[in-house]
Structure formats: C-alpha cells, structure tokens
Design a protein around this ligand. Structure first.
Ligand code: SF4
Ligand code: MG
Length: 315
C-alpha cells in the first residue's frame, strides 16, 4: 500500500495535499530471478508507483519490500546497499532523467566510480564498454544528452543503469516516448541484455502489445489493485478478467483473428474516489448487482493464474 501524495498535487494542487489516496492497495507481486514480468494498466492505475517501490525510490506506507527474500527496511546496511545498486530503474523520458550539463562519460561513469567499481584511468574503458553494450559508438562519450536522438538517449540511460552492474531492471514506460520502429530496437536491446547478462525485469507499460514479446508473465492492474496475472501466452490465448479482455481488444493484430471483445470504454475513474465494490464495474459490460457492493478477491483460477472477478464464482 502506498499513499501517493504527488498524484494529489497533480489533481488538486498543493492545498489538498492532506487527503490520502491509496495509489496501490494491497498488491503483492513476486519476481523470480531471471524472470521478465510485464506490469500493465492504464495511466493512473498505480503501476509506476509500484515500480518506484520495487526500485527503492519510494517506501511503502504499509507492507514490505523483500530483496533476496529479506525485508529491506530491517536488513543490514550491506543488504540495503545491495538492493539499491542491484535494482535499477529506467524511466520513460531519458531527456529529463539525464543531466543536460554532463557529458556521457560522466553520466555513465559517475555511479560506478562512487561505488568503487572502477577508478582512475580505468573509467574511460569502462564507459566505452557500457556504450558498446547498448549499441552506441564509444566516441559518443564526449557528447551531451541534447546531441542525441530519443532512442540514443534512452540507450545512454540504459548504459548508466548497467554501469553499476544491476541484476534487476525496473523499466517504466521505457519505450513509450519513442517512435514505433525505435521502440522495437530498444525492446530488442533489453532482450539481448537479458540473455547476455542474465537480467531480471519488471517491465511497466500501458500497452499490452509492448510486453507481449518480452514478458514471461503479465500482471494487470486497475485502480491500484491487481485484477489478473497469468503466463503471457495463456493470457493472450484466453484472458479471464473483463478488463484484460478489453485491453487485449486494443492490441493491434496482424493476423485475422476475430475480435471477440470491445476495447474498454470511458475514462479511468479518479484514484482519489474509486468506485465501490469492483473498481471496474462502471466500465464493465458484464457487471451485475454484486459487483457494485463487493470487491472481488484475487483468486487462483488455474495453476499460476489469478483473477479478481465475481464471474469466477458463477456470478
Ligand atoms: Fe465486471 Fe463484476 Fe467481474 Fe468486476 S467483478 S470485472 S464488474 S463482472
Ligand atoms: Mg506511469
């Protein structure tokens, strides 16, 4: 559970900051080493907030963050440092996350130097190696962020994250700002890095199509709650939750598979005042009386699959 004051500021301005909103409510997710988990939902569903908790940027107001099976908050300083370094976040907009006054060699080289991973004359080769890893020419080390295209800048951001030798990347809409052709290249880079470095990912996107080809498992969120989780191929073959079905209807298809469902209609309600019962009921084509009163629990519907919908109880 995480109380997102920043969202309040966006919605109401500073004067309403005292009101508490639960951006993420009673969500539990586990990511195994080497796994790629896609976290999907519309903007405002709490997925970025959850990502920032996982990356250690925000502390949850209730609940725990475990790293290597241990509670980070009460862990030794050594484990806390390990969690901070080994989990890195890649943001949506590389322009705002890269210091415009720093050259690439400092952007990429600073953190590994501070953490003692490299020193002195070794820094140049270290940075060059990171740039090559992300498909950039090492001569780019002397340039500034504004001298790059969007795709190149995102590669610099990835090189910066890789420079501290992470094991787990939290990618929040990391390709959303890029042209479609560039998106595919950066997604391929993420997959190459997974193979080469054995990385684990939490891949956050509003777009199910983006996570389809790189995720082993998908977690669907709606207004701060997990509504469905399933292995990716099973989710695409047969989604359970009405919200997932609506999201799937929005994924462009090159085959001629018939669309069985309609895209989700209407605006996502404010997380400040979510609808009672099942948060999805005002937009759900299958909603019935119970949905307005009672929140459906997330239940196992098949091995490795969970869904939160009253229809699974026979309505
Ligand atoms: Fe729709 Fe009801 Fe299921 Fe919610 S619980 S998704 S409103 S059918
Ligand atoms: Mg977001």
């Amino acid at each position: 559970r995480l109380d997102a004051a920043e969202k309040l500021v966006n919605v109401f301005g500073a004067d309403r900051r005292e009101q508490v909103v639960h951006a993420v409510d009673d969500v539990s997710i586990a990511v195994k080493q080497g796994e790629v988990v896609g976290l999907v939902g519309e903007s405002g569903c709490g997925k970025s907030t959850l990502g920032r908790v996982v990356a250690g940027i925000h502390a949850p107001s209730e609940g725990r963050l475990l790293w290597r099976g241990q509670d980070v908050e009460s862990a030794s300083a050594e484990l806390q440092r390990d969690a901070r370094l080994k989990v890195q976040m890649i943001f949506q907009d590389p322009m705002s996350s890269l210091n415009p006054r720093m050259r690439v060699r400092d952007i990429v080289g600073e953190a590994p130097r501070v953490h003692g991973l490299v020193s002195g004359a070794g820094v140049k080769d270290y940075v060059d190696d990171m740039l090559l890893r992300v498909g950039l020419d090492p001569s780019f080390r002397d340039r500034y962020p504004h001298q790059f295209s969007g795709g190149q800048r995102q590669r610099v951001g990835i090189a910066r994250a890789l420079a501290v030798k992470p094991e787990f990347l939290v990618c929040d809409e990391s390709v959303a700002a890029l042209d479609v052709s560039i998106q595919a290249q950066v997604l391929n880079l993420f997959m190459d890095l997974r193979t080469d470095l054995g990385l684990t990912y939490l891949f956050i996107s509003h777009d199910l199509g983006v996570v389809e080809h790189l995720s082993d498992r998908v977690v669907i969120m709606y207004l701060g709650r997990v509504v469905e989780t399933a292995p990716t191929d099973e989710l695409f073959r047969e989604a359970n939750h009405p919200y997932t079905k609506a999201l799937l209807a929005e994924v462009p298809r090159i085959d001629t598979r018939k669309r069985k469902f309609q895209p989700v209609k209407g605006e996502i309600p404010s997380p400040l005042d979510p609808p009672p019962g099942c948060h999805f009921h005002p937009r759900c084509p299958f909603a019935f009386e119970r949905c307005k009163r009672e929140a459906p629990a997330l239940k196992e519907i098949a091995p490795g699959r969970h869904s939160a919908c009253h229809l699974n109880d026979g309505g």
